[in-house]
Each structure stands twice: as C-alpha cells, then as structure tokens.
Design a protein around this ligand. Structure first.
Ligand SMILES: NC(=O)C1=CN([C@@H]2O[C@H](COP(=O)(O)OP(=O)(O)OC[C@H]3O[C@@H](n4cnc5c(N)ncnc54)[C@H](OP(=O)(O)O)[C@@H]3O)[C@@H](O)[C@H]2O)C=CC1
Ligand SMILES: O=CC(=O)O
Length: 321
C-alpha cells in the first residue's frame, strides 16, 4: 500500500523528519530564503493527504478545492488567522496548530522586547556599531525603568500568563484585559482585571498578545494611542493587523507614546523602507516570537505528530476548535 503523502511548505532539515519517513511520503519546498510559489503549492496539494503549513500560507477555499485527498493541515504556529476554518470543515479537513509548546519562548521575547524598548537597547547597540561612541554622559541613552511600574496585558491567555509570570519577578503591578475574566489567573499572578480603556489609560507598559480576529482587527488605533500615557511603551507580539500602523507611526513621531517593541507587522516581511523601521523609538523584529531551536523543534514534531495521527485515522493531538 502506498504511504500517505505530506507536503511541507518550507525547507526543514531531514534529521527532523527521519522518524516519520517509514510511515509517510514526505515532499517539501526546498528553497530556504523563498516562500513556496502559489502555483507550486497548488500542484503539490493536488495529490497530498496532508499539508504542513506555516503562518504566512493562506489556507482557503481556493486552495482546498484543489486538494481532493487532503485530510489535515498542520499549521506550524499557534495563531491560525491564515486558515479559513469554515472551508476546512466544508472539505472535511482537520486543521491543527501548535499551542503550549511555544508559550514560554514567546513570553520571553515579549518581555525582552518590552525591556529593549524601555532601555533603548537597539538604538544604543546601533550607536556603538556605527562607531559613534565618543564619551560618557549622564543621560546618554537613558531609558525608563520597568521595576515597580504597571504592566497592562491585552490577551491574558497562555502567552499572556507567561509574560505576567516574568513581570512578577520585576515587581511590576499587573493588570490585564480579555473578553472574559480569569479569576484563577488573577489569584495565581496577582493580576487585576480592567476594561480596555482603563488599561490603556493607566498602564506604563502595554503588551498585546491577542489573536487576530474580526474583533481585534486594528484594536490599537488612533483613539487607543491617544488614551495611553505619553510615557507608555507599547509591545506587539500578537499579529500586525491588531494595530493601525499609521496611527502607531504618528503616536511614536509625536511623542503620544514613548516607544514600541514590535515582532509583527500588518504585511510581512517588511523592508528597511517601512516607516516604523526608520523610527529610533521602535524596536522591530522579523516575527521571531517562538524562534528558539528547542521550541521550533517541538513545533515541527507536533505538526508531524498531528499529521501522522490524522492520516492513520486517529484524533489530532491539537486540533483547532
Ligand atoms: N510573535 C510571535 O511569534 C507569536 C505570536 N503569537 C500570537 O499570540 C496569540 C495568542 O496566543 P496564545 O496565548 O497561545 O493564545 P490564547 O488563546 O491562549 O490567548 C489569547 C487571549 O486573548 C484573549 N482575547 C481573544 N480575543 C480578545 C478580544 N477581542 N479582546 C480581548 N482579549 C481577547 C483571550 O481571552 P478571551 O477569550 O476571554 O477574550 C485569551 O486570553 C496567537 O493567536 C498569535 O497571534 C503566538 C505565538 C508566537
Ligand atoms: O506567530 C506565531 C504563532 O505561533 O502564532
């Protein structure tokens, strides 16, 4: 009997796939620096039983209608705003994601971005590398402290809780906003539930880690930035589309807020000509929240384990519900 066919949309070293090769016929896009072209993807899914996708692959009705044998799409991300779940259901395709295994690593990056934006880390690093360091001065690259300040987390989920845990070690006062209260988290993390407006108005640091949905689209808009303190540091590790980037650029340029730490952008990838990249008070990263070797290895295995389960008739391990 022939083995189920899997197509992987990015290059992954064969060592990660060895354990699956007896059971599955695995093909993949081989170019490291380039995303799979749409035509190639459409050709590959035509006889695939499983698709291993990444967050920049669009999984929609158009693609699924070209994939008559497809049983599972395993997304190598916890966020799944790139997947049309209704279309998956209509085509009897199970969609899976990678929750939990990346939460701590992504929380690390969120906290790191917050500190980098507060302490002007990349600005100071550029200064040294551009050979501009001539002397020492009392307020050279003076940023702002995080200890003892108020942190507002928008999206107190798995990753949000990780950030709160880290903030407790810095004696931060933690408040959060979700659509629903999490009383257990409030007790465990000494966090206070506040409404969105209060969080915007009273936080020194605001970290967003909500999923991108119709409800969260551009929730950080001009009105939201106007409500923040002029000393506020804004961090986005969720999705670029939860922010109105034009409004953010304006807020950073006019001093409506102090600085921003950004791992995600409205359209990715961005180039050096992007307005946010040109701002000294914005730290910009190329969507690397979960990028540690340990965590990316776990994410690959979780995707492959989900695929193996579904193609062999078992329940997926982490189906998107
Ligand atoms: N930068 C990166 O590399 C990474 C980014 N991410 C992003 O982080 C997101 C969160 O991941 P994770 O923590 O695992 O997800 P969870 O589902 O555990 O947490 C999401 C939280 O957001 C809250 N939320 C959802 N909708 C709203 C809303 N409209 N208003 C306020 N709060 C809302 C939820 O609470 P409630 O339902 O009560 O509203 C929940 O607490 C992912 O969807 C992804 O977009 C994840 C990993 C890495
Ligand atoms: O952005 C990354 C994810 O896992 O979601």
């Amino acid at each position: 009997m022939s083995k189920p066919k899997v197509y992987i949309t990015r290059k992954i070293d064969a060592t990660y796939l060895k354990a699956y090769q007896d059971q599955l016929e695995i093909r993949m896009w081989e170019k490291e620096e380039e995303a799979v072209p749409k035509e190639t993807l459409y050709q590959e899914v035509a006889d695939a039983d499983a698709l291993f996708a990444v967050l920049s692959d669009t999984i929609d009705e158009d693609l699924l209608s070209q994939a008559p044998h497809l049983k599972v799409v395993a997304n190598m991300a916890v966020g799944y705003d790139n997947i049309d779940l209704a279309a998956c259901k209509a085509h009897d395709v199970v969609a899976t994601n990678t929750p939990d295994v990346l939460s701590e690593t992504t929380a690390d990056l969120g906290f790191l971005l917050m500190m980098a934006a507060a302490r002007r880390l990349t600005e100071a690093n550029d200064w040294v590398k551009q050979d501009q360091w001539q002397s020492w001065a009392p307020f050279y690259f003076a940023g702002t402290d995080i200890q003892g300040k108020t942190l507002g987390i928008v999206g107190m989920g798995r990753i949000g809780e990780g950030i709160a845990k880290r903030a407790a070690g810095f004696d931060m006062n933690i408040q959060y906003h979700n659509r629903s209260r999490k009383k257990d988290a409030e007790e465990r993390l000494h966090a206070t539930y506040v409404d969105f407006d209060e969080l915007l108005q009273t936080s020194d640091f605001i970290v967003t880690v909500v999923p991108h949905t119709a409800e969260t689209d551009k929730m950080f808009n001009q009105t939201a930035f106007e409500k923040m303190k002029s000393s506020a540091v804004f961090v986005n590790i969720s999705r670029g589309k939860v922010v109105d980037e034009e409004a953010l650029v304006h807020a950073l340029q006019t001093g409506e807020i102090r600085s921003a730490g950004l791992d995600v952008f409205e359209e990715e990838p961005i180039g050096a000509d992007h307005p946010l990249v040109g701002l000294k008070n914005a730290v910009c990263l190329p969507h690397i929240g979960s990028a540690s070797v340990e965590t990316r290895t776990k994410m690959i295995h979780l995707c492959m384990d989900n695929i193996e389960a579904v193609v062999s008739g078992k329940e997926a391990i982490t189906p998107i519900s």
